[in-house]
Design a binder for this molecule. Structure first.
Ligand SMILES: Cc1cc2nc3c(=O)[nH]c(=O)nc-3n(C[C@H](O)[C@H](O)[C@H](O)COP(=O)(O)OP(=O)(O)OC[C@H]3O[C@@H](n4cnc5c(N)ncnc54)[C@H](O)[C@@H]3O)c2cc1C
Length: 483
């Protein structure tokens, strides 16, 4: 049985690790299991480059050296916060792997909310781990290499999926080459070519543009803020700017921060500034972000890095938390743009041997803090579901694959869509705020944090995302279908 996974992000890598763990190396029919991952990220020209591992503790140093020498590589993104449900899934696959990920980031206890004058508005408890994206991707890749699963750098152009035939994968720039698989897993993110191959490209199955995030330090910003066919109707008016910084050795995050590490959000009339440490061993590594409001930029326009940086400094000038001034002083030209999209609810997550996971199926706004954790849960669910159906169908993998496509959607969609909706519902009053609105927002955070604290004391779950029981849900679904 050949499984081709397209995309080596969190969903694709977790799916590969879980499939490798739960599926037998040989099916009862004597058919061997083959798992392959394709990712476009290091594709420089048509052809294949296999992944070779390098020590992830060196990744930050290497990236910095590359940037300083002007040899900028494709940015794998800045950092991500993973919540308990992500670690529960990773532990299920391999407890050592989960520990490695946890130890490589900064476990946080939740959030601190402050005013621009440095008044504490409240604290909120939520276990999360802030981790650099290249580091977590590196750890998962390393685990795959150890298990003999290959990641091949190649850009997939399309997947042909037709009823009654196995899916066929075709590659960019290689017209005559194709690969037939029993199952294709579309883990290729918000701009998924697998999703396009399955559903086409029309309103309702196309990502919805929400806002734009900009980061410094990369040479390969997408050339346009809004490509052709982008849906502008839902523009939220919000933008974000941010980046990962190495603070000077003499001024790291203070020790008091590590005594109670939390992602800090500072609200003010012109924007919200946030920051958090990224490593237990390096107190200089920090991610920061600044949210603000802006009119919808013209179609096809490009942000001017210098203007964006100046506006960032102006927005937070004079704010009291000393970490803000540090970040502003360290930030160079901001030249990487991430337009933020979310996916409308899809009626299914695949057909005819193709199944979507992670952002390809259900991208949500970063405000949920759950996109990555849900992507990881998808990977585990897919593998457990396929293993269980193969057992129930006594090794008939073709029927099992036919069953998992609607199965994954039935098990996961309602839960994931509820989280996505909760993220879309998070809205703050449009800025700039007058003094009355500013006071009202401060009052809201002051009261909200106390209410959540009281609810927590009575055992009421504030974050239902953590309650999803992957193994239990899979067993319940397969039981119900086999009766
Ligand atoms: C600014 C920002 C901040 C965020 N913060 C958080 C956070 O704090 N916590 C959180 O949980 N989530 C966060 N998210 C969401 C989270 O990043 C995503 O939900 C998660 O990364 C999805 O993982 P994925 O594997 O499905 O997709 P991706 O991470 O997008 O991976 C897709 C992979 O597919 C590859 N690929 C794409 N097309 C092709 C092709 N044609 N051929 C071959 N390979 C291809 C890409 O190279 C990539 O490696 C944030 C998102 C953004 C934009």
């Amino acid at each position: 049985m050949k499984i081709v996974i397209i995309g080596a992000g969190l969903s694709g890598l977790t799916a590969a690790l879980a499939l490798q763990k739960y599926l037998p190396p040989k099916l009862p029919s004597n058919d061997p299991l083959e798992i392959k991952i394709y990712d476009e990220s290091e594709t420089k020209a048509p052809g294949t480059v296999e992944y070779s591992w390098r020590d992830h503790s060196d990744i930050h140093r290497q990236q910095k050296a590359e940037q300083e020498s002007g040899n900028k590589k494709k940015n794998q993104g800045a950092a991500i916060s993973l919540q308990q449900n992500a670690f529960k899934s990773l532990r299920e696959i391999d407890p050592d792997l989960a520990n490695r990920v946890h130890a490589s980031g900064l476990p946080c206890k939740g959030f601190t909310w402050k005013s621009r004058g440095d008044w504490l508005l409240g604290r909120e408890d939520l276990e999360a781990c802030l981790i650099s994206r290249p580091v977590i991707v590196g750890i998962l890749m390393e685990a795959l290499c150890e298990r003999g699963v290959r990641v091949v750098y190649r850009s997939v152009r399309e997947v042909e999926c037709r009823e009654g035939v196995k899916p066929v994968v075709r590659f960019l720039g290689e017209d005559d080459e194709e690969e037939v698989a029993d199952l294709v897993v579309g883990a290729d993110g918000i701009r998924s070519v697998v999703r396009k191959s399955v559903f086409g490209d029309r309103e309702g199955v196309r990502p919805v543009y929400l806002y734009v995030v900009m980061f410094p330090c990369s040479s390969d910003s997408p050339p346009l803020l809004f490509g052709p066919g982008t849906n502008h109707h839902h523009y939220s008016g919000n933008c974000a700017v941010g980046g990962v910084l190495d603070l000077p050795k003499s001024t790291p995050l203070p020790e008091t921060y590590f005594a109670d590490p939390r992602i800090t959000f500072i609200h003010g009339p012109t924007g919200t500034f946030g920051y958090g440490g990224l490593s237990q061993t390096s107190p200089n590594k920090i991610i920061f972000f600044s949210f603000y409001d802006s009119d919808l930029p013209a179609r096809g326009s490009k942000p001017d890095p210098q203007q964006v940086t100046e506006a960032l400094r102006k927005r937070h000038q004079g704010w009291a938390d000393p970490m803000i001034a540090q970040c502003l002083a360290q930030t160079d030209a901001i030249d990487t743009v991430y337009p933020i999209f979310y996916m409308p609810d899809l009626p299914s997550w695949g057909r005819d041997g193709c199944v979507l996971v992670g952002d390809a199926a259900h991208a949500m706004t970063p405000a949920t803090g759950q996109g990555g954790s849900q992507a990881i849960e998808d990977g585990l669910t897919l593998a457990l579901l396929l293993r269980t159906f193969i057992e129930v169908r006594e090794g008939d993998h073709e029927t099992a694959i036919r069953d998992i496509v609607p199965g994954l959607h039935a098990i996961r969609a309602e839960h994931v869509y509820a989280i996505k909706r909760a993220g879309l519902a998070i809205k703050e009053p449009a800025r700039p705020w007058g003094w009355l609105t500013t006071l009202a927002v401060y009052g809201f955070y002051f009261v909200m944090t106390k209410v959540k604290l009281i609810k927590g004391l009575f055992g009421e779950p504030v974050y239902p995302a953590h309650l999803f029981d992957v193994r239990g849900e899979v067993e319940r679904y397969v039981d119900a279908r086999s009766r």
